[in-house]
Design a protein around this ligand. Structure first.
Ligand SMILES: Cc1cc2nc3c(=O)[nH]c(=O)nc-3n(C[C@H](O)[C@H](O)[C@H](O)COP(=O)(O)OP(=O)(O)OC[C@H]3O[C@@H](n4cnc5c(N)ncnc54)[C@H](O)[C@@H]3O)c2cc1C
Length: 293
């Protein structure tokens, strides 16, 4: 199929893009890397009357060190973030997660703003933003506002963005030096969207105790799931096989998966527990060794 007829506008500035969206009263859509939107247009699952292309807005493509956090422009390509030395040092969970997004050509075109706005519950980036308490910066007709990831993802492909707003940047808090990260995904084939994926960042205290644990799950609900109860269970504790198993069970308990053509809800919950345990063992290898002993 081909897209329904539409007008194409190449945005010359953020203000211009917002103006076109506002003028078209919900009938215009933003085009970023096109990796999700173009197939939706071709299948006529999305039928905007106007497409506003952000492709010329070089000012939205950057990774900046802002002290306590990194600011990443919305049009920054997924692959740029995945391969950035600055990102690897400041937020190691990002490259670990983004290397699982589709295939390299998709990551070369897809943008972080596009992935965030698309809000696929199986996508890696939204889950990482949720795990790390990132903020999403958006621009609209009345200026700019910042939305926390916990409030941004509202449902399946649904966000807190108003129709006349665009994402301009992501603000991702830096991880403490030495933070250990792990990602475990289960997908049918390499490069497919995960059936379930678990993302972990663990900071150790001076005595080797777990000072801070962040865990999020993709593919196990309508939105990315933050496993707060599991994080609380781990916090302040010495890692042990028993603790990691208990935490993994809490991660699965936090999920609200649905049946779909790829897997049943029950299956997703079961794999969540397995992936969460593996993820924690990967981030805390000493606990795994004592398990084998
Ligand atoms: C074969 C294949 C496999 C894939 N596998 C994965 C995977 O495993 N994991 C994964 O996470 N993704 C996967 N993707 C999706 C890919 O990551 C997309 O790049 C991403 O979801 C959308 O980014 P984009 O820049 O291409 O956005 P587009 O496709 O251009 O836009 C997507 C949506 O976001 C909106 N949008 C885009 N930018 C903005 C903005 N700045 N402000 C407001 N709204 C905006 C658009 O209007 C549209 O509704 C896959 C895609 C393909 C084709």
């Amino acid at each position: 199929m081909k897209p329904a007829p539409l007008d194409y506008v190449r945005a010359t500035s953020v203000a211009h893009a917002v103006q076109v969206l506002a003028d078209n009263d919900g009938d215009a859509k933003v085009l970023a890397g096109g990796q999700s939107l173009v197939p939706l247009l071709a299948m006529r699952l999305a039928q905007p009357t106007v497409l506003v292309d952000l492709g010329s807005l070089d000012e939205l493509s950057y990774v900046r060190d802002e002290g306590s956090h990194l600011e990443i422009g919305a049009m920054t390509r997924t692959r740029t973030v995945e391969t950035s030395q600055l990102v690897a040092e400041a937020v190691p969970l990002l490259p670990a997660a983004l290397s699982h997004v589709g295939h390299v050509p998709i990551r070369n075109r897809g943008t972080v703003g596009g992935s965030t706005a698309h809000a696929d519950p199986a996508a890696e980036l939204p889950a990482v933003l949720r795990a790390l308490d990132a903020n999403i910066v958006v621009a609209g007709p009345s200026g700019s506002r910042t939305i926390g990831a916990a409030d941004f993802f509202e449902g399946f492909l649904a966000t807190a963005l108003a129709p006349e707003e665009i994402i301009t940047a992501l603000r991702v808090p830096k991880s403490a030096r030495g933070t250990r990260v792990a990602v475990q995904e289960f997908a049918r084939r390499h490069g497919d969207f995960a059936i379930v994926a678990v993302f972990t960042a663990v900071e150790l205290g001076a005595n080797g105790e777990i000072a801070d644990a962040r865990i999020a799950v993709a593919g196990a609900g309508q939105v990315p799931v933050r496993a707060s109860a599991a994080e609380a269970l781990l916090s302040g504790q010495e890692a042990s096989p028993t603790l990691l198993r208990a935490a993994a069970a809490e991660v699965a308990a936090a999920t609200r998966p649905l049946d779909d053509i790829h897997a049943t809800a029950d299956y997703r919950k079961k794999i969540t527990a397995v992936l969460a345990r593996r993820c924690l063992e990967q981030a805390l290898p000493r606990a795994e060794r004592s398990s084998a002993a």
